[in-house]
Design a binder for this molecule. Structure first.
Ligand SMILES: [Zn+2]
Length: 788
């Protein structure tokens, strides 16, 4: 849910301000005067007087007034409407050559050989270095170090400063997550961890960072975080590169050739100034923890959901930097680390840039010496479902926004023996960013045996989890094509009605909910399809916006009329630094439901009267009575509140209310609340991946079939299901398709979605609404809401 902040003005975007005016339009300091900002976070053991978000725009404005090197822009707004500040610093000479620099960035991905020749001859080129400030709101030191660096590079004239500016253009994303800084939380205003959002890009902050990265193709990308200390004796802070497994879609050899040396340069830079730190923790340090050097597993760069890992697919030497503490020493550690990277890239820019360009060259020439023959397919073909092209169109626009070339077949063609219609989309992999294209479109792999554990998700196939077809083609084929810039699919209505809306996508359900809210009569059959009576005229504008092609059909007799539902969702304010319900909230919004978030205490105090459905998707600790001090504000303060909560949920379900539990924590909570007699089995905590599921195909699982896709995180299955209807099971053999899950064979053929026979209680052992990864499974939620 969006918070409204009074007095927050609309942000005016600065459309390519002329470089000569240091600050074409000042960030308005009045943006933030009426807001209340937190002084620190309960999640940090230390807190200090960090720069408040409201002070930052003012400060940038002041610096800009006294320097010709700096450009300050507002490039967008956060989920809660705060300005996103981007500061570019370059010496005044290079500003006049700015066009030349942009041309070089273009050339790198269009004609890499020429770009390599050019940099050999023109040694005074500048490389863009991007520094991201505090993407996690509570990790305040990042933006503070960034502000100090901005001040230095805008004003100072010492030799080190001048040499760095002679060779680099510095781009600072000053506060990557304003909402999180203001509220002292890790997340943005939608509860999303932005440093997990880089494959899905569901949030405005993430999309702004993607735009910056694709615009500049930075050579180095530094992401500022905290707080890591004592990972090894007297090694303070953390500097990547990472431990294995490394994602096979990287050109990892070229990355690591420089990233490792750059990490050690950052470490040396911190150690050189060791005497200036105040705390003993720093005075006694012997170095920083470099995962790749100091460990074998546990801090991997496998999923491209993290900012630096995403930037690596654009050829950047990407590093996460974790300062040890949240105080002035932590700011200094970060400042010194970044200075180390800047000096290193200054010394090595020629060869580092040459190798960055080499990545694009390998892509374009389809020449991958680091990979086994046949690792990359020739291309992916994305055939289009004519009635509901919405998911494929979303994917195509997503790929294009990520700097991936997509073409459209202008004639029918055959590839790998399969016939495709004209109008199919093609992603050829002989392109500069082939690695990114492949990591987004491949199925992934089962890496269970490769490593003891993973840091975060281990599989994310967009075709499988968003629900569009992308067929890899192994052999060369030819077809005439046209380049696609953007797809803007419009829906249409044909016939006289009643009209059929297939249960085929998030967009289709959103259309249904829009029509219900407009008072249109909509029915739903047991197969999950929707039937609309009323004139074509009455529904045409909503259909046009939806992108679906709607036709007439016959309404089955069993189709039941749908009414507008009032849905309550249990809110996780940030337990253990997560907001576990945020993905479900996002899914419900995208499906077009009106949702009210209720905290555990609110449910305990006021009950669920007036709601049709109550959804629990999150940790079982939301109803625990034994919470740590940091978690207490998000859960129960005493045992009586649990008793009241249980009583209220009980009477809600007895009165015919609908209860939906999604995922492991919620399933356990359902058991604790006495809503099921089934036993809840859970795999290893960090296990996750894409699974093969046999869905029943009606009611709750309508629109899904046998051998269909599911996604698990903390995988769950159910036993003792005598009193339940089994709606889906894990497949009978080798059901684990991709990801990391030790002991997954125990879940073979086991129930994964069940319903109570005597109450409207549905338990889903999958994660149907995991961040924005599982669009394809969102309809399990709308199905569950619409099935009685
Ligand atoms: Zn962090």
């Amino acid at each position: 849910m969006k918070k409204t902040i009074s007095g927050l003005l609309a942000v005016s975007l600065l459309a390519s301000a002329p470089w000569s005016s240091a600050l074409a339009q000042a960030p308005n300091p009045n943006y933030v005067t009426p807001i209340e900002e937190k002084d620190g976070s309960k999640f940090n053991t230390e807190n200090y007087d960090f720069a408040k978000f409201s002070e930052i725009g003012v400060k940038l404005q002041e610096i800009a007034k006294s320097s010709k090197r700096i450009k300050v822009e507002v490039t967008g707004e956060s989920a809660d409407g705060f300005p996103l500040y981007v500061v570019t610093i370059a010496d005044t000479k290079s500003q006049s050559k700015f066009g030349e620099n942009k041309a070089l960035r273009e050339q790198m991905i269009k004609n890499p050989e020429k770009a390599q020749e050019w940099i050999k001859k023109n040694k005074d080129f500048k490389v863009p270095i991007m520094i991201n400030g505090s993407i996690h709101g509570t990790e305040f030191i990042g933006s503070d170090a960034v502000l100090q660096l901005i001040e230095r590079f805008a004003k100072d004239n010492d030799n080190e400063t001048k040499k760095i500016l002679d060779n680099n253009i510095l781009i600072f994303n000053v506060v990557a997550n304003p909402d999180g800084r203001v509220d002292a939380t890790r997340f943005n205003g939608e509860g999303i961890d932005l440093n997990r959002d880089f494959i899905t890009q569901s949030q405005p902050e993430t999309r702004q960072m993607v735009d910056l990265i694709t615009e500049w193709n930075p050579m180095v990308f530094l992401d500022t975080h905290g707080y890591v200390k004592n990972y090894a004796p007297n090694k303070q802070g953390l500097i990547e590169p990472c431990t294995p497994p490394h994602n096979p879609n990287y050109e990892y050899d070229l990355y690591n050739k420089w990233a490792y040396g750059q990490a050690e340069a950052m470490e040396s830079s911190i150690m050189k100034n060791k005497a200036q730190f105040k705390g003993d923790l720093y005075k006694n340090m012997t170095g920083t923890y470099v995962p790749q050097r100091d460990d074998e597993a546990g801090w991997d760069d496998y999923p491209p959901i993290f900012t630096p890992m995403y930037a690596m697919y654009h050829g950047a030497y990407g590093h996460t930097l974790e300062a040890p503490t949240n105080d002035e020493d932590g700011v200094k550690w970060m400042y010194d680390a970044i200075m180390g990277a800047l000096n290193y890239s200054t010394t090595n820019k020629q060869e580092m840039l040459n190798d960055q360009i080499e990545i694009f060259k390998r892509g374009i020439n389809f020449d991958h010496p680091y990979h086994e023959e046949g690792f990359f397919p020739e291309a992916y073909v994305l055939p289009v479902d004519e009635k509901d092209p919405t998911v494929t169109e979303k994917a195509v626009n997503h790929l294009i926004n990520n700097d991936i070339d997509v073409v459209l077949a202008t004639k029918d063609f055959t590839a790998d023996g399969v016939k495709y219609a004209k109008g199919s989309y093609i992603v050829n992999l002989n392109q500069a960013k082939a690695g990114l294209a492949n990591t987004m479109l491949w199925d992934g792999e089962d890496i269970t045996d490769d490593t003891p554990s993973m840091y975060d998700i281990s599989a994310w196939s967009l075709p499988e989890l968003w629900g569009f077809k992308a067929n890899p083609v192994k052999t060369k084929f030819s077809v005439s094509t046209a380049k696609v810039k953007e797809v803007d699919g419009q829906g249409s209505v044909t016939g006289k009605g009643p009209f059929v809306i297939p249960n085929s996508s998030v967009q289709a359900v959103e259309l249904v909910n829009t029509l219900i809210q407009q008072g249109v009569n909509v029915r739903r059959d047991n197969k999950g399809n929707f039937y609309v009576s009323g004139s074509a005229k009455a529904i045409s504008s909503a259909v046009k916006a939806s992108g679906l092609q709607i036709e007439s059909g016959v309404t089955p007799v069993d189709a039941k009329k749908l009414t507008k539902l009032k849905v309550a969702l249990l809110e996780d304010g940030g337990m253990n630094k997560q907001q576990t319900h945020a993905g479900m909230n996002l899914a419900l919004e995208r499906l077009g439901f009106e949702v009210t978030e209720l905290t555990p205490v609110e449910v305990a105090k006021s009950g669920l009267k007036g709601y049709d459905a109550f959804i629990y998707n999150g940790t079982e600790n939301l109803i625990s009575t034994k919470l740590s001090a940091a978690n207490l504000e998000f859960g129960f303060q005493n045992a009586d509140q649990f008793t009241a909560f249980k009583k209220n949920v009980d009477s809600f379900v007895k009165d015919g209310g609908k209860f939906i539990a999604a995922g492991a924590g919620a399933s356990r909570a359902a058991k604790t609340l006495g809503l099921t007699n089934a036993t809840v089995q859970i795999g290893d905590p960090n296990s996750n991946g894409i699974v093969n599921v046999d869905y029943d195909g009606t009611g709750v699982t309508a629109g899904y079939g046998q051998d269909d896709i599911g996604f698990v995180y903390r995988p769950t299955w159910y036993g003792g299901v005598e009193e339940n209807e089994i709606l889906a099971t894990y497949d009978e053999s080798d059901f684990f398709l991709a990801g990391h899950w030790k002991g997954n064979e125990k879940a073979t053929s086991q129930p994964v979605i069940i319903r109570e026979n005597d109450a409207d209680v549905t338990l889903i052992g999958l994660e149907p609404a995991f961040r924005d990864h599982t669009d394809y499974l969102f309809r399990l939620i709308s199905n569950a809401l619409y099935t009685n």
